[in-house]
Design a protein around this ligand. Structure first.
Ligand code: MRU
Length: 411
């Protein structure tokens, strides 16, 4: 038993999928990596997210108060502030101003928000109004619609008096499943990392993984997507180093991914976004893993602005480019991502200004452009399927094409 296997054994985890099972351009051959039916399976070692050594989740349900508690991501990395969400408006505001962000976490928060809305008004009109308000908060991440559809589907046939409680149970189920799903993504991604590590000219040298934005536990209920394999690899004793791109304009890499990795003790180095191509060209990146906000039926991926440039550089230098995402991020209604995925247009102020702590430790926003300069702020871009080495899902690693993805439809 090697070190990694021993660590997994100690942690009581299942074995990861056989190396090479479903990746590296092999056709996706089904769902053999883990048994189907993630819901309800006992999951040991299910805690990734730790702040100052204490386990938390990005969103925690308070079953006694029937409210949800979120970690306010607008305050990170300098302050750890928790907020209680008790109303539809609380949830919508938290998503809109990005106190919560990242596709799976947006979905889970919206599910609780719809429940809170039903508590105030459980009629059909109340349900539709709540759905509309929450759906309008952010346009690109499809998990928002997925979670709202799921709650609506459960509560619609019920009498009004039962709806809020049923929505609460469904929101809880969405959150719990998210943790299991992301842990499974982590296990499949770990097999990818191990294979790439074994192929390195110097297999004992650290594996250099580049990521973009934040697709870690802060973007989900726990574990995260792109960072889940990295946490499992680190915990299993693999030497992993992460290139963290700052992700202007909101800086999710600098403020959130760096925060997570530091809390977990994973070696990492912050780079400006424009450094990515240079590092890839110099052979300092073994693979790139990003998350996704929406993936089309043919495998085009919408993710944080700047993802596409990394994929282009990776392809030019034959560096594997993986996307880690739950199946709930697939939008089966769309095919051509460049044509069809709605791209969020955000405030120009995020581009013309920078927020940080001043010398007195106070949060401050400063202007970095001439006052007359206008700015454009596309929140996301689309990476065509052809540039993607594989999609790491909870069911295994899948080629980014329509045929392979179709097998996931009823998984
Ligand atoms: O605007 P955000 O911070 O909500 O966007 C999130 C992203 O785009 C991340 O890059 C992430 O990879 C997708 S969320 C799983």
């Amino acid at each position: 038993m090697d070190l990694a296997e021993a660590a997994r054994h100690r942690a009581g985890e299942e074995q990861p999928p056989a190396q090479g099972a479903n990746f590296d351009h092999q056709p996706f051959d089904g769902f053999g990596c883990i048994p189907s039916g993630l819901q309800g399976r006992p999951l040991r070692n299910s805690e990734s997210m730790k702040i100052h050594g204490q386990h938390h989740r990005s969103l925690e349900a308070d079953t006694a108060r029937r409210t949800a508690r979120i970690l306010d991501q607008t305050m990170l990395p300098h302050e750890v502030v928790w907020r209680e969400l008790a109303t539809l408006e609380d949830a919508a505001e938290a998503i809109q101003v990005m106190r919560v962000r990242g596709a799976p976490l947006i979905g889970a928060t919206a599910a609780f928000g719809l429940c809170f809305g039903l508590r105030a008004e459980a009629s059909d009109a109340g349900l539709e109004q709540g759905y509309r308000v929450l759906h309008a908060t952010r346009p690109t991440a499809v998990n928002l619609r997925w979670a709202l559809d799921r709650v609506r589907h459960v509560v619609q046939p019920l009498p009004a008096s039962q709806r809020a409680e049923a929505a609460w149970e469904e929101a809880l189920a969405i959150s719990e499943e998210d943790v299991r799903t992301n842990h499974a993504i982590g296990r499949h991604g770990l097999a990818v990392l191990r294979t790439i590590q074994a192929r390195k000219a110097e297999p004992t040298a650290p594996l250099n993984v580049m990521t973009h934005c934040n697709a870690g536990w802060l973007a989900a209920v726990d574990w995260g997507m792109a960072l889940a394999p990295i946490y499992l690899a680190h915990d299993a004793g693999m030497k992993v180093h992460v290139w963290v791109s700052e992700t202007r304009p909101r800086g999710q890499g600098a403020s959130l991914t760096a925060f997570e990795l530091a809390q977990h003790g994973v070696p990492h180095t912050l780079i400006v976004d424009n450094n990515a191509g240079h590092l890839i060209q110099r052979g300092l990146v073994d693979l790139v893993i990003t998350g996704a906000d929406r993936v089309t039926a043919q495998g085009d991926v919408a993710n944080k602005i700047g993802t596409y440039l990394k994929a282009l550089a990776a392809r030019a230098h034959q560096v594997p480019f993986y996307v880690a995402m739950p199946v709930s991020t697939l939008d089966w209604t769309l095919t051509d991502g460049i044509r069809d995925i709605p791209i969020e247009q955000r405030s120009a102020r995020e581009v013309t200004h920078v927020v940080g702590l001043n010398a007195k430790g106070q949060r401050e926003e400063v202007l970095i452009t001439p006052t007359s300069t206008s700015a454009r702020n596309d929140g996301f871009d689309v990476t065509p399927a052809a540039l993607i080495t594989g999609l790491i899902t909870e069911h295994g690693v899948c080629d980014a094409n329509a045929q392979a993805l179709a097998k996931l439809k009823n998984a």
